[in-house]
Design a protein around this ligand. Structure first.
Ligand code: ATP
Length: 315
């Protein structure tokens, strides 16, 4: 079954077109990443699909409900976690969760049961009785996500869920998201500026640029569209670089400022050996050699003409 379906989604603010005909097809129980730089239209897409903002045009269905005609049906089936946590600082972690239970009109006992389960799952049990104002950024983000899950959503919108988190907290959030999909069959639409996040988490990725989807596919498919990797040689002086550039004339791309030569190559041992043998045969000495295999950053660069929205912080 399709969890999220959008056809021809458009949105403008006055003269400014923010979404210029977006199509999405997200099967149930999968993670879909909308990858884009600041201002690409990611948050607007999430706000429209989660009924917070009306679209100008487009047919939209979420969890089997039409977004325009049955917004209440959509709201009952979804959870949304935005870039700014909805946590109440004066309440404890547990009280924040119980407040959500009340908002969802859960019976008291069921509310407590879910809250306890989520506090354990998110490793917040020890902090359950502490005011959220004292929490670290990572803890707040986890609590925010836990609050969203009190409503037991089938479709979860995560708007930049790990922006500003340290690498360890980011991994924890990733693990939680993976668990929700694998164990509970939840569908996740996540927006991110982190190429690595999309790579690690998403079944499919759409690259959003200026309100248009410029590419869509699995991480492997997107990387597969790229030409192969390259070998990068750095030299000690311009003379050595010039000699090397002459050796690989027509193949290599020299950079006279960085004193580097870029040679297309797949990084296999025979290719490397051929390059090193050629250098040695001509008595040219390279200072360093680095291998580069295509990653999502290259995909982003190739598609948008700019380098990735943000370098991924975790390796
Ligand atoms: P970010 O990563 O910064 O959140 P984003 O991809 O989520 O970026 P959006 O927040 O969807 O981008 O914004 C897309 C564009 O729409 C931006 O250029 C923004 O300035 C513009 N925009 C958003 N909301 C409004 C508004 N209420 N009025 C006018 N322009 C708006």
């Amino acid at each position: 079954m399709t969890a999220i379906q959008a056809t021809g989604l458009r949105k403008s603010y006055g003269e400014k077109t923010v979404l210029d005909g977006i199509d999405l097809h997200i099967p149930e129980g999968t993670v879909f990443a909308l990858l884009g730089a600041n201002g690409a239209g990611k948050t607007t897409t999430v706000q429209i699909l989660s009924t917070l903002l009306p679209a100008d045009a487009g047919a939209l269905r979420v969890a089997g409900h039409d977004v325009a005609h049955d917004p209440d049906g959509v709201r009952a089936a979804i959870g949304v976690t935005g870039q700014f946590a909805a946590v109440d600082n004066l309440l404890t972690a547990e009280e924040n969760l119980l407040l959500m239970a009340d908002l969802h009109r859960l019976p008291r006992r069921e509310g407590r049961r879910r809250a306890t389960g989520l506090l354990h799952r998110f490793e917040l049990a020890e902090a359950a009785g502490k005011p959220a104002g004292a929490f670290s950024g990572g803890m707040r983000r986890k609590l925010d996500l836990a609050m969203t899950l009190m409503g037991d959503p089938r479709v979860l919108f995560l708007d930049e869920p790990t922006t500003g988190l340290d690498p360890r907290s980011r991994r924890t959030v990733w693990d939680i998201v993976r668990g929700l999909v694998a164990d509970d069959g939840v569908t996740v639409l996540l927006t991110t500026q982190y190429l690595e996040e999309a790579d690690r988490l998403a079944d499919r990725i759409a690259v959003l640029d200026h309100g248009r989807i410029v590419a869509e596919g699995t991480a492997g498919e997107l990387k597969g569209r790229m030409p192969g990797g390259h070998i990068r040689l750095r030299f000690g002086d311009p003379g050595q670089l010039a000699c090397a550039a002459a050796l690989f004339d027509g193949i290599g791309s020299p950079d006279t400022e960085a004193l580097t030569l870029r040679i297309p190559g797949d990084g296999t041992v025979p290719t490397l050996r051929a390059v090193l043998d050629a250098l040695e045969g001509a008595s040219v000495e390279a200072q360093t050699l680095t291998l580069h295999t295509p990653d999502l950053d290259d995909v982003f660069l190739a598609l948008t003409g700019r380098s990735g929205p943000q370098a991924a912080g975790v390796r």
